[in-house]
Design a binder for this molecule. Structure first.
Ligand code: TXA
Ligand code: MG
Length: 310
């Protein structure tokens, strides 16, 4: 624990100096910088090679810190109480008085925010007096990192510091919910969409208009391993890596199990790690067994579909 505390201190030192560093979250690792500092945030875009019109998610310790920057209402409070801290992000209205750098939001009057549950990052957020803008810590369009080693694979030593928090428990990015107007899901992710829709129905705010919000980062080609991928496959071709979720009797060195027991949470956790491994092993083609479109399987299929887009 001592060791971890000194690492948090180091992380804070870099952040206070307007540097960007990698932080662990329960979803994926983030590339974090002071969201109030234009200088710090511009380093994120540069390092990630991210287009400036794709806004960042801002990470807070809790609702009290958030209030300085965002308009909140009862709907938000209900979501916050039920799901936070956890793998969910919200699109809210930015306050006029907010100090969030315009670079974070691409000059928009809306902002995406989140409250990560990873203990190290919570401790970090508690000990700084600014929120952290943090997209996933990968080069734009490639696979999100779920460990310190993955971040190193993406950036080598171009990144000043990586706060090592072990493997990300969820393994897929947060679910994004738009809370401007009638709530709806913008991006599937770490929380089962049925739980979110259940709360939306309970809130009975059907009279509110559904105000469409754009999510630039959900363009079709995204989360890509850079190798052709076939989905819903029963049998792999020769030399093709085969991603599976149920154990098969025969041994085949091209089989890659996300889980052997159809456990979709385990499959989600192992997805990005497995895609990276397959790429590193030099495969030129990937096949994936059918994944049930329920619970977090929905988010897995969403990412696979994007990854398979040519
Ligand atoms: O789990 C996660 O959400 C991870 C960890 C690091 O927190 N972060 C993450 O960030 O996935 P990123 O930048 O890779 O994806 C953020 C997505 C992008 O698709 C972006 O377009 C969208 O959020 N976004 C950001 N601000 C938005 C806004 N104001 N309105 C709509 N979409 C927004
Ligand atoms: Mg990303």
């Amino acid at each position: 624990m001592k060791n971890k505390d000194s690492n948090i201190k180091k992380a804070i030192k870099y952040l206070n100096n307007n540097e960007c560093i990698a932080i662990p979250t329960e979803t994926v690792y983030g590339l974090a910088a002071n969201a109030y500092s234009k200088k710090a945030v511009s380093k994120i875009y540069k390092l990630k090679k991210r287009p400036k019109n794709n806004p960042l998610i801002v990470h807070y310790y809790g609702i009290n810190q958030l209030k300085k920057d965002c308009e909140i209402d009862n709907t938000f409070k209900k979501f916050y109480k039920k799901f936070c801290p956890g793998p969910i992000s919200f699109v809210l209205k930015l306050k006029r008085s907010s100090r969030i750098s315009k670079l974070v939001t691409n000059n928009s009057t809306t902002i995406a925010v989140r409250f990560p549950s990873h203990q190290l990052t919570r401790k970090l957020l508690k000990n700084i007096n600014y929120p952290l803008a943090a997209p996933s810590a990968n080069i734009s369009k490639s696979i999100s990192p779920v460990s310190k080693q993955d971040v190193l694979d993406e950036f080598n030593y171009k990144i000043k510091f990586i706060l090592d928090g072990g493997a990300s428990k969820v393994g897929l990015e947060s679910t994004i919910v738009n809370l401007i107007g009638k709530p709806y899901i913008l991006r599937l992710g770490g929380i089962d969409s049925r739980l979110i829709n259940k709360l939306i129905d309970k809130l009975k705010n059907r009279k509110k208009k559904k105000l469409k919000v754009k999510v630039p980062g959900t363009s079709k080609l995204h989360y890509s391993p850079g190798i052709p991928m076939r989905l819903n496959v029963k049998k792999n071709k020769l030399k093709e890596a085969f991603i599976l979720i149920k154990e098969r009797k025969e041994f085949n060195s091209n089989y890659f199990y996300l889980t052997k027991t159809n456990n979709l949470k385990e499959a989600a956790k192992n997805l990005y790690k497995t895609l990276r491994k397959i790429k590193k092993d030099g495969y030129k083609q990937i096949a994936v067994e059918r994944i049930p479109n329920i619970n977090i399987g929905e988010a897995i299929n969403d990412r696979l579909l994007r990854a398979s887009n040519k």
